[in-house]
Write a protein that binds this ligand. Structure first.
Ligand code: ADP
Ligand code: MG
Length: 692
């Protein structure tokens, strides 16, 4: 078959090369955008739309603005050769208000496409002067064609070798070829109930909207569909758990645990513990997220659950994202738990092979009740005799896959995930759709607020004196910089950690003990530096954001953040949470010279509140959820049209629709749900959740 013909046997999986104008080279480029067949082509949605619907007169063009004009070619185009690789084609066009001078660079082939006396519609940016208006490289088509002018046009994300026009033509052909064969994922009943348009209308108008109203209707339908698939998938995951049975526990007296604590737990901690133990006594495995601000005491909730599981005859394992955090947990948990008869060990990468082997043996025989460790825990040779509870700390550092690898070491163990990333409730509901959530919204009593200051760089000498005074009193200090030194230094004053450390230790604090730590260091090096700081052997720790998560050094009382505008609010809040953990008054100092009211407003939020949830809400509103969650940290499928922040209302509707449908057809076996079931599986393939 000749390239360029869309055959009668077209289906959604027809290769992209059958589209006219798409050969080998372009097919390769398109593949980089994920476009390989008709389905992926028409599902490649625009990132924006350009309004070319209004046709102006030449007289009515505003210099600097893009618009369409309808005009007649006044004289034959003139080609001039400027130099090698640079040809110009000039042509004058007129309407009954004025003349417009067009210039095309290196497109001499257009000479024969612009025929004197014929009318065309041109689209481009008006340049020149009021008396002599020009357009450079305008797009054009025959008057009345209505393909690329006189309408709203899509703007796609591009890649090398692919232009907007290539995509416009390809998508147009793709839509035409699929018109008759597009299957509707949404059951009719749901489509009608929620007043959603047909699939064909949606695809046509998300790409080439007839009007902005039509675009809104199309977008609403596609957003609903996406959220509906997401909710259904999450619901299925949740339901799947209901048919499993977890390690069965019975309620036991927790008094010995509570009495062993040096303090009494907060109400929020008690509620989280009660919810978790209740889960573990239920018929299905626990899958709970325990979410609490930094310092809210999540570790004690974990400790209570470990105690509960072990006293029920099971083993418990806790996974931390770094070796340092694993050690820290071991230090705070082991003395407490050992005193209650729980046999504890830590399993980290830096143990000697012999020690590791010994722990492996004890886990396999059941001589150990509780192990805390890093990724080392999911190594193949680690086996448990009766693993009943898995705890993952700071879950956003773990992929879903790692969590499930650990759970795979037992038959459906109970899972408790702990996170300090405060997520507004509405979003938590969506993102952790398959988890139950406990929120620890209360800090232990007597916590002092960390005084936060936002100052310009001219305050450095004052701040250095302040640091000196506190170090003289025996305290420790963190200084966080946004960049690591080396080749890719940005050409401004952003301080690279390494350079800055050198400067501090030679010029500013030659008499103090300064160390630095950053993400480019080897894990062991990093751990050694952090351990020294933790042991009080270092006065000032200069770092990138590696100290962000969970490090607990109660003697550290000052957190300095350089170029604070480079960080998100939630990240700054995490950083600030590293101080104010002991008995001493603590401070957070944010340096920034960045101009702009927005930046100032953002940083001022930090000086006004210590409430992580408030800060998260603010961050979300200022930056949107994409940035908020970072790159796919949430482990959800990628969403193409839905915006988790803006589409909350639609989300609720989609969730309701999914619940209702699954109540009627729990395993999606009805014939009208076949396609839906298949789509859901596809959507979740990328997350490793394996809804198969
Ligand atoms: P996070 O939620 O950030 O993980 P941690 O569990 O590390 O917080 O607790 C922070 C500190 O607060 C620890 O030193 C811990 O011993 C202490 N702590 C926890 N719960 C209480 C409580 N109810 N009363 C007093 N101190 C507590
Ligand atoms: Mg913690």
């Amino acid at each position: 078959m000749a390239e360029g013909e869309v055959t009668v046997t077209t289906n959604l999986h027809t290769d992209i090369r059958y589209i006219k104008g798409i050969g080998e080279a372009r097919a390769k480029s398109l593949a980089k955008l994920g476009i390989t067949d008709l389905q992926s082509l028409i599902s490649y949605f625009p990132r924006a739309w350009e309004d070319r619907s209004e046709i102006r007169t030449i007289d009515g063009l505003t210099i600097g603005e893009s618009a369409c004009v309808q005009a007649m070619v006044a004289a034959a185009p003139v080609v001039s050769h400027i130099r090698k690789g640079m040809d110009l084609l000039k042509v004058k066009v007129v309407d009954n208000t004025a003349a417009l001078f067009l210039t095309f660079f290196n497109q001499t082939y257009l000479k024969n496409a612009l025929i004197p006396g014929e009318s065309y519609v041109f689209f481009g940016k008006a340049e020149g002067t009021l008396l002599r208006k020009q357009m450079v490289n305008p797009l054009f088509e025959k008057e009345g064609a209505g393909q690329i002018t006189g309408r709203i046009m899509p703007v796609y994300p591009l890649t090398a070798g692919i232009t907007q026009s290539v995509l416009h033509r390809a998508v147009r052909q793709g839509l035409d070829a699929c018109e008759e064969i597009l299957p509707d994922v949404l059951p009719d009943e749901i489509r009608i109930k929620y007043k959603l348009c047909h699939i064909g209308f949606a695809y046509e108008n998300i790409h080439f909207p007839e009007s902005f109203e039509a675009l809104a209707i199309a977008r609403r339908r596609l957003t609903f569909e996406e959220l509906f698939l997401l909710c259904s998938g999450l619901q299925l995951l949740r339901r799947r758990r209901t048919v499993l049975s977890g390690p069965a526990c019975r309620h036991i007296a927790m008094a010995p645990f509570y009495e062993a604590l040096p303090f009494s737990l907060t109400g929020a901690q008690r509620r989280a513990i009660d919810a978790a133990t209740e889960d573990m006594c239920g018929t299905r495995p626990m899958n709970r997220l325990c979410q609490g601000d930094v310092g809210s005491g999540k570790t004690m909730v974990a400790a209570a659950c470990i105690y509960f599981a072990v006293k029920n005859g099971y083993q418990a394992a806790m996974m931390a994202p770094t070796e340092l955090l694993a050690q820290q947990h071991y230090r705070s948990l082991a003395p407490l738990l050992e005193g209650l008869g729980v046999r504890c060990a830590q399993l980290t990468g830096s143990l000697r092979a012999k020690e590791k082997k010994h722990i492996h043996e004890q886990l396999a025989t059941g001589e150990l009740d509780f192990v805390v460790g890093t990724q080392a825990l999911i190594a193949k040779d680690v086996a448990f005799s009766s693993l009943g509870l898995v705890i993952a700390d700071e879950q956003h550092r773990f992929g879903v896959a790692q969590r499930s690898a650990l759970s795979a070491k037992a038959e459906n163990p109970h899972i408790l995930v702990m996170s300090a990333t405060p997520i507004p409730r509405t979003l938590a509901l969506i993102i952790y759709g398959d988890l139950d959530v406990s929120v620890i919204d209360e800090l232990p009593p007597g916590r002092q607020k960390v005084d936060t200051f936002f100052v310009p760089n001219s305050y450095h000498s004052r701040v250095f004196q302040f640091i000196r005074k506190h170090v003289a009193q025996g305290r420790q200090v963190y200084i966080v910089c946004p960049l690591v030194g080396g080749d890719n230094l940005l050409p401004n004053e952003k301080k690279a950690v390494t350079d800055y450390t050198a400067k501090l230790s030679t010029e500013i604090f030659p008499d103090l003990r300064i160390a630095c730590v950053h993400g480019k260091m080897k894990a062991a090096e990093k751990e050694a530096v952090m351990a020294a700081f933790s042991a009080g052997e270092t006065d000032i720790l200069v770092s990138t954001t590696v100290v962000e998560v969970g490090v607990d050094v109660p003697n550290a009382t000052i957190m300095v953040v350089e170029n604070a505008e480079q960080f998100g609010l939630s990240q700054l809040h995490q950083l600030r949470g590293r101080v104010g953990r002991g008995v001493h008054k603590s401070y957070c100092i944010l340096f920034s010279d960045a101009p702009g009211e927005d930046t100032k407003k953002r940083l001022r939020v930090m000086t006004e509140t210590n409430d992580g949830f408030k800060i998260a809400q603010e961050d979300l509103e200022l930056r949107g959820p994409g940035d908020f969650f970072g790159h796919r940290q949430h482990g959800l499928p990628d969403l193409k049209v839905a915006d988790l922040h803006c589409d909350i209302e639609l989300m609720h509707q989609a969730r309701l629709a999914a619940d209702n449908m699954l109540r009627a057809d729990p395993e999606l076996t009805h014939p009208e749900h076949q396609l839906l079931a298949q789509k859901i599986r596809q959507l979740f393939e990328t997350t490793g959740d394996g809804l198969n």
